[in-house]
Design a protein around this ligand. Structure first.
Ligand code: NDP
Length: 385
């Protein structure tokens, strides 16, 4: 039995992970669940899975969460706040599912790596902001990082480390999001329209990132650090059907690709069971029903976010941290109705311009820079009102 922790159990990835785990109850024992404020769902998950540790970040829900869980599970440890999260991250698990959204997931993931737990990582912002330091920490502690993101999970499955020097390039596919084929003026896009992703049901932040295509830019940065490639080796290809998730091209002309239905439970199942495979999905991929697979180059003029991410990566780690922080603030501001959709990428670009690139040598410096970039982004948002 694998001992599992799920950081972000009440989110889209967390719920899908529990679904996969319940499909194979003899293989997994869920020890720890973490959520921010959705205490009702957290309580029911904890009781159903009979977990040993629960963290509810928002302290206002702590008493109710603790008393409800301890009525059924008297020995379950219930903690709150960031310190509670760090306490459970120090426990050694066979696998931690890192599914908190945003940079908030970085220090808990690093703590888990330092405790020797393998990580199945959905929280791309951790890798984007932690960069080489994140990967080095995993190597130092001899833990495996298994990417859950469908594109990176695909590349992970076909990335032959023994043929590293024969890898010409990798390709991350993108559905194109809700506005790929639309002529709508970006200033007029509503929150509901931006959240309406054609192929995937996801949390709000990643749904907006997909609509701006910032998600693909962040994924390009994630792949750069995760697979230790050159920036020029990472391609992005629009593939509206979301059947092919990632392609590795080798120098002998072979292109290996992973195909599956667009269902996050498939890469989650792979990550949970790695290095073996376990039966999960009974409804098979039927290519005759899909009939056509289409591919288009990204439209850089319409979606300037991808070039912004490329530029930040060329500038270096500090620009990437600023980009991520500014994006988190801009997306939240759009969701709260403070700015229009077209302002998201403009604000990120303005924040990057205002922060001088510098060498980053510690996680404390990442947190400091993230805070500064957020403050600048908040100021710009306030002026845009
Ligand atoms: P959701 O918003 O659906 O869920 C986020 C989870 O994190 C929730 O459990 C939430 O708790 C918890 N959380 C939020 N803030 C904090 C915090 N400060 N401390 C602790 N827990 C917190 O997001 P998704 O599941 O969609 O995405 C999670 C991550 O996975 C993101 O980084 C995303 O980019 C990545 N990802 C997601 C995919 C998807 O299909 N959804 C696909 C590929 C990657 P609460 O519910 O209480 O607020």
């Amino acid at each position: 039995m694998k001992k599992i922790a799920i950081f972000g159990s009440t989110g889209s990835i967390g719920i899908n992970s529990i679904n996969v785990i319940k499909n194979n109850p003899n293989l997994f024992e869920v020890d720890t669940l973490v959520a921010k404020s959705n205490h009702r769902l957290l309580i029911s998950q904890a009781i159903e899975l009979k977990v040993k540790n629960v963290v509810i970040i928002d302290e206002e829900f702590y008493q109710e969460t603790k008393s409800e869980i301890n009525k059924k599970l008297p020995n379950c440890q219930v903690l709150s706040s960031f310190s509670g999260l760090i306490e459970v991250a120090k426990i050694k698990y066979d696998l931690v599912i890192s599914a908190i959204v945003g940079i908030a997931g970085m220090i808990p993931s690093i703590t888990a790596i330092q405790a020797g737990s393998n990580i199945a990582i959905a929280n791309k912002e951790s890798i984007v902001c932690g960069a080489e330091m994140f990967i080095e920490e995993a190597k130092k502690n001899q833990v495996k990082i298994i990417p859950i993101d469908s594109e990176h999970n695909a590349i992970f499955q076909i990335f032959e480390k023994e043929n590293l020097d024969k890898i010409s390039s990798i390709t991350l596919t993108a559905s194109g999001g809700p506005f790929f084929n639309s002529n709508i003026d970006f200033a007029d896009i509503s929150v509901a329209q931006a959240l309406n992703h054609p192929n995937w049901q996801m949390g709000k932040k990643i749904s907006i990132d997909s609509a701006t295509m910032m998600n693909k830019g962040l994924e390009m940065i994630e792949a750069f650090y995760l697979f230790e490639l050159k920036q020029e080796q990472i391609n992005i290809l629009i593939h509206p059907q979301s059947i092919i998730h990632g392609i590795v091209e080798y120098s002998d002309g072979s292109n290996l690709a992973v195909m599956s239905k667009p269902d996050m439970r498939i890469p989650i199942s792979y990550s949970l069971n790695y290095p073996i495979r376990t039966a999960f999905d009974q409804t098979k991929l039927d290519l005759t029903k899909i009939a056509k697979l289409e591919f288009f180059p990204p439209n850089d003029k319409k979606f300037s976010s991808i070039n912004l991410c490329k530029e930040a990566l060329r500038n270096g780690h500090s620009s990437v941290i600023s980009l991520n922080a500014a994006n988190e603030i801009a997306v939240q501001s759009f969701l709260e109705g403070k700015i229009s959709f077209d302002k998201i990428v403009k604000i990120i670009s303005q924040v990057i311009e205002k922060i001088e690139a510098k060498k980053i040598t510690s996680f404390a410096e990442i947190i400091d820079l993230d805070k500064r970039a957020r403050e600048i982004a908040d100021e710009i948002v306030a002026k845009n009102k």
